[in-house]
Design a protein around this ligand. Structure first.
Ligand SMILES: [Zn+2]
Length: 412
């Protein structure tokens, strides 16, 4: 039986969102959180973008050290041979890639302006795919950008060419959030049946349907006999109205009416880490979690009306679909209301040692303490806000990796 997997794209679609961004340490922490949750793959960045190089290499080092395991780390590039060459030049150890090209008539006419035909698009994709394979990529997903506005017969042709040349998955991108649950189901089931390759669902929320479309698409892939890989982001952060939220999608698959009976996860998601993960993403992006966000919003388990309060006190199942403890909620949030020592850009050794002591981190000697302090200062320069405990612990544990994450030297 085919299964559903998650490929989270927070570190690619999320960080390319207008007005938002993450430091390289924050991106690394997101990969750590996704790994802890059991996400199959993190689309961890852009191998052809210069300021990503050391970050990508450092994260692959963490994977080789067994820290970022078993999560797969996949890069996103354009389906252009030159980009494949550049990716493997900058990040030689990269093992997983998604290569992307637009396939719709709209993009062929409106973006390529007659410079590329459908045949050109297929051959560019095939050349890039073969180049990635020649460089030793272990898995390659092929992205049809604007798939939802692409003629289905051309999508099938494009998918068959990708499969024939060794693609592992076809990414169906509803780039503009144009699909609804009924249309994406039909398109993806046809693709799964006629192409015979696992399908990725990349859904956007321009019409408020990213999670629903992801589920319907996954059902289409599985009914067509293929595994489904749903693209998600933390808190749904992504281009424009955003992507399918990881936690909402995981809840929808496992808790919605009857779905899990036939459509199951290939790799369980540890939802007890949802609260912590969502809160970190919110802090790092500087975007509050909406009060009514599924599972992690402040009101997700709050009851104000008399009838609901009475009902939930008698039996939570009267008015709650799932328990707050399943999301890792329930511990009181401790907020310091008195004196507080914050780790900032200009923190000194005394304050820093105090903070690290509270985290039960001890230093070998003064030199060691100075070294970690300096890295924490630089991390603050990059994020411009106090570091959270997990970041401080990460820096103390992996100082050499942190140094790479904090090294940004623009090319001449
Ligand atoms: Zn996208």
């Amino acid at each position: 039986m085919a299964r559903i997997y998650f490929i989270d794209v927070t570190n690619r679609d999320g960080v390319q969102t207008a007005r938002l961004g993450l430091s390289k340490l924050e991106k690394t922490m997101i990969n750590m959180y996704l790994n802890e949750m059991g996400v199959f793959q993190s689309e961890f960045g852009f191998p052809t973008t210069r300021h990503e190089t050391l970050y990508l290499q450092a994260n692959l080092e963490l994977a080789a050290m067994g820290v970022l395991q078993p999560i797969r780390l996949g890069g996103w590039i354009r389906a252009i041979v030159a980009d494949v060459e550049e990716a493997f030049k900058r990040v030689p150890n990269i093992k997983h890639l998604n290569i992307s090209i637009s396939t719709s008539d709209q993009m062929i006419q409106g973006k390529f302006r007659g410079r590329k035909s459908r045949a050109n698009i297929v051959s560019m994709m095939v050349d890039a795919l073969e180049a990635a394979r020649a460089h030793g990529a272990e898995s390659v997903g092929v992205n049809a950008e604007d798939a939802s506005r692409t003629r289905i017969d051309f999508l099938v042709e494009f998918g068959l060419a990708a499969k024939e040349h060794g693609a592992d998955r076809l990414r169906y991108c509803d780039t503009l959030g144009y699909d609804n649950a009924f249309t994406i189901y039909e398109s993806v089931r046809t693709l799964a049946q006629d192409v015979g390759i696992p399908i990725e669902l990349h859904c956007h929320g321009d019409l408020g349907m990213a999670v629903a479309n992801s589920l319907a698409g996954a059902k289409g892939a599985i009914d067509g006999g293929q595994d489904a890989y749903i693209n998600t982001t933390l808190n749904g952060i992504g281009e424009r109205a955003g992507n399918a939220d990881l936690i909402a999608t995981a809840l929808a698959i496992t808790k919605s009416k009857g779905f899990i009976k036939k459509y199951r996860l290939g790799k369980p998601i540890d939802l007890t880490r949802a609260w912590k993960t969502s809160k970190f993403a919110s802090y790092a992006f500087g975007v509050p979690i909406p009060i009514n966000q599924p599972g992690v919003g402040a009101n997700a388990f709050a009851h104000g009306s008399g009838i609901h309060a009475d009902g939930v006190l008698k039996d939570p199942e009267n008015y709650e679909l799932y328990g707050f403890d399943e999301l890792g909620r329930g511990e009181p949030d401790l907020v310091e209301t008195g004196r507080e020592i914050c780790s900032g850009l200009y923190i000194g050794i005394s304050g820093f040692s105090h903070i690290m002591g509270q985290l039960e981190v001890s230093f070998d000697d003064a030199k060691h303490a100075e070294k970690i302090l300096e890295l924490a200062r630089y991390a603050n320069v990059a994020s411009q806000k106090p570091l959270v405990e997990e970041q401080l612990l990460f820096i103390a544990k992996y100082p050499e990796i942190t140094r790479k994450l904090l090294t940004l030297i623009p090319p001449d």
